[in-house]
Write a protein that binds this ligand. Structure first.
Ligand code: F3S
Length: 401
């Protein structure tokens, strides 16, 4: 693999032990993947932040990197942690857990990370079409590639840390224009009306990921509401949960769609799923006969300003009769203040910095829940929770019954 003079000097340890180690890992990965060179990235987003996920081993590894002089050389943001940094005792989080979590965030901060602690960095970090990134959160990767037209592979948590230190990633996979071409077509003509009516965008995304598994699906005949950013994030997160996919091409949405010629698609397989296939696939990650639940959970991926406004407006006139818990980014504390005050006045719980999957829901007295997110359903079901997925409108209606 070609290395610049500067990269060679880093590899020789001339710029410190941590950068040398990081460069060794990034180069090794590049070589395994047959990269011709490294590409500078504009930003990195790290996903292994919760103490629940990385544990003492992860914390020790971060301490070591920091002690060796590890500093991020590009804008580096963090995914949700295991607690709300201000309201962790209200979440009934374990004190030791909270202490360890704060320590993890402090070490990342000392290394230069910006602790936005959200999985929706695409709403807060300045990125544009054509930017190269080293992002590690699957929903963020899918959004950056498929909606914004940025270039990032779906990095593993530790690799994103090393790439953030060297400020570069192997020039392979989705960094290369020639690889950003569809491998299969999903035509939604048979399910578009049903999905729209029931708001089951997450179930649809889960199905597409589950069937395609990898590659780049081209998605046609997209339901109208799926053109909205907030619906897209739910849909793309679900694709990321059921597959290793890092990018889809959305008809008339993805910048790449403009480069596709009709004749290039003639050799691709086209699937036109029916409603039953979508329902059957999402049955695998939920309990459809769940009647009574401990709580309604929204915010996987983190709720946006629009989402918060919409939910607040709904509850302005109809009080929730079930426990409702929302997860969002701390950036919205100020931006969505009036809506959040309205929600809290109606006993809706709002947490920042964390999410339903990486927090400890059992300590919050939740063992069964309704969500609008297939990604949340997938991970919570795997953690032993009883989960049901409904479209957002139905979730809100159920909350008031
Ligand atoms: Fe985000 Fe947590 Fe879901 S990190 S995408 S809210 S699992």
């Amino acid at each position: 693999m070609y290395l610049t003079k500067e990269e060679e000097r880093i590899l020789d340890g001339e710029m410190g032990e941590a950068r040398q180690l990081a460069m060794e890992v990034v180069v090794k990965v590049g070589e395994v993947m047959n990269a011709e060179k490294l590409i500078p990235v504009k930003s990195a987003h790290i996903s292994g932040v919760s103490y629940k996920n990385i544990g003492d081993e992860g914390l020790e590894f971060l301490h070591e990197l920091r002690d060796k002089g590890g500093m991020f050389t590009v804008k580096t943001t963090l995914n949700p942690s295991g607690i709300d940094l201000d309201k962790w005792s209200r979440m009934n989080s374990d004190e030791k857990f909270a202490r360890k979590q704060v320590e993890i965030i402090s070490v990342f901060r000392e290394m230069g990370a910006i602790p936005i602690l959200t999985c929706t960095p695409y709403f807060y970090v300045d990125i544009s079409a054509g930017d190269h990134l080293a992002w590690a959160e699957s929903n963020a990767v899918l959004y950056a590639n498929s909606v914004i037209g940025a270039f990032t592979n779906r990095e593993g948590g530790p690799l994103a840390v090393f790439e953030a230190i060297v400020g570069k990633a192997p020039y392979v996979g989705l960094h290369l224009k020639r690889n950003r071409f569809p491998s299969i077509i999903f035509d939604l003509k048979n399910v578009r009306d049903y999905v729209k009516e029931r708001g089951l965008y997450a179930n649809l995304g889960y199905y597409i990921g589950y069937v395609a598994k990898k590659g780049i699906p081209l998605i046609r005949n997209i339901p109208e509401r799926l053109r909205e950013k907030d619906t897209l994030k739910l849909f793309l997160a679900a694709i990321g949960a059921s597959s290793g996919i890092g990018m889809v091409i959305l008809e008339n949405i993805s910048p790449e769609y403009l480069n596709i010629r009709r004749e290039d698609l003639s050799c691709l397989e086209t699937l036109a799923p029916d409603v039953k296939e979508i329902i059957d696939t999402s049955e695998k990650i939920q309990k459809s006969n769940l009647e009574d639940v401990d709580a309604i959970l929204l915010g996987c991926p983190h709720l946006s300003l629009n989402d918060i406004r919409r939910i607040a407006m709904f509850f302005k006139y109809r009080k929730p009769k079930k426990r409702v818990i929302l997860f969002t980014a701390r950036q919205l504390k100020r931006l969505a203040k009036k809506y959040i005050e309205l929600l809290e006045k109606n006993n809706v719980e709002v947490y920042y910095d964390t999410c339903m999957v990486v927090a400890d829901l059992r300590r919050m007295n939740v063992t069964s829940c309704i969500v609008d997110s297939a990604k949340a359903a997938y991970y919570l079901t795997a953690q032993g929770y009883d989960v049901k997925i409904l479209g957002l409108d139905e979730v809100l209606r159920v909350a008031t019954e």
